[in-house]
Design a protein around this ligand. Structure first.
Ligand code: AMP
Length: 189
């Protein structure tokens, strides 16, 4: 599409927490042969090994807030500069704010933005069923509130750029996978 190399795929997965982005991102990225880059996973890994980055983000993540834009822009810029991202990438959980979206647009063209969404009660039920320590109901609700406030406005922006592909996340994993492949094929991915 927009890039010089038609083989290059640069995809963004947008959607609320527990919409199934992570699962679908890994499956699709493997299928296309590009790295699935989850900023949430990168940050959790940093916390787990106790790195300096981990120390800086742990408390923010625990309360369901967003890590500051400057730090996230740095983390993602470095990751996209690695060799495996040259032929394309699938970003899962980034951008999440208008500032991150602006920075990404300067860093690289994007071919498709896949929006996975589901009703709020489905998302909350999934989160609580998963039982991670940061998944207490109040934190789950806070993460959803932050999504609606800071991230959801990006939907319209990507729609205006004709990059948005909507997929119903309230289906089985297999059905969602099929729907994603279908919207991407329709748009030349
Ligand atoms: P996720 O696994 O994508 O839901 O991310 C888990 C947590 O990591 C989020 O609740 C945020 O605290 C933090 N995080 C991940 N990606 C971002 C981002 N793009 N901007 C700010 N914070 C992020």
């Amino acid at each position: 599409m927009a890039g010089a190399d038609s083989e290059t795929k640069r995809i963004v997965f947008l959607g609320p927490p527990n919409s199934g982005k992570g699962t679908q991102a890994v499956m699709l990225a493997r299928k296309i042969g590009i790295p699935a880059i989850s900023t949430g996973e990168m940050l959790r890994a940093a916390v787990a090994v106790g790195s300096e980055l981990g120390g800086r983000v742990r408390e923010v993540m625990d309360r369901g807030a967003l890590v500051d834009d400057e730090l996230m822009v740095e983390v993602v810029s470095r990751r996209l500069a690695e060799n495996d991202a040259v032929a394309g990438f699938l970003l899962d959980g980034y951008p999440r704010t208008a500032a991150q979206a602006r920075s990404l647009a300067e860093l690289s063209p994007i071919d498709d933005v896949v929006l996975l969404d589901a009703p709020e009660e489905v998302l909350v039920k999934r989160a609580l069923g998963r039982g991670r320590t940061d998944d207490r109901e109040e934190v789950v609700r806070e993460r959803l509130r932050v999504y609606r406030e800071q991230t959801a406005p990006l939907i319209e922006e990507y729609e205006n750029q004709r990059l948005l592909r909507r997929v119903d996340g309230d289906q089985t994993i297999e059905e969602v996978e099929k729907a994603i492949l279908c919207v991407l094929a329709r748009n030349g991915a």
